[in-house]
Design a protein around this ligand. Sequence first.
Ligand code: DX5
Ligand code: ZN
Length: 219
Amino acid sequence: MAAKIAPSMLSSDFANLASEADRMVKCGADWLHMDIMDGHFVPNLTIGAPVIGSLRKHTKAYLDCHLMVTNPLDYVEPLGKAGASGFTFHVEASKDNWQELIQRIKAKGMRPGVALKPGTPIEEVYPLVEDENPVELVLVMTVEPGFGGQKFMPETMDKVRALRKKYPSLDIEVDGGLGPSTINEAAKAGANCIVAGSSVFGAAEPAEVISLLRKSVEE
Ligand code: DX5
Ligand code: ZN
């Protein structure tokens, strides 16, 4: 399956976001993963639509936005205006309104995705993938959301395997603790969209890490 390698800009130098984004694109990134946290759904606060809008003026790259927020619906309009490309909300934060969310995300020209925490059963996302107006990506969190630099949780791979078996052509994204030592396990389980923060930004040669991640998915 085609790989999408998405460096997580959470590990970049936020004071130089435009040049960091440019550097990642030159290193071979397919997408830029943007972690939006509200200090409520997760115990950390990052960026929102104003920063996405500023970055959009400097790059044409696909901005893969991961919404770790309690009220994702409030972010659809501003992120659409700001120029976000993908809008991935958490299933835990959209129990009552996921159909409305998907519809509004698409109406704003963004690609809808759903994410789930390590403790959330995979069955919870099936209705969103099987709906007549479905999500186009499922993000399986491989750490507890909130911070970069945590350890990959191998037990989450059962969920990736179950998804891949059921949906052979679905975009399945993994996020948290991915790097040269964990990529093979995730790729073998069936993930094709790979988020990597500390392993890419902490490397002397990020381009080498990105190409290694890609090879692992595509071989
Ligand atoms: C964590 C974020 C991740 C994070 C990944 O809540 O969703 O995108 O930046 O960072 P690493 O790759 O360092 O685990
Ligand atoms: Zn993320």
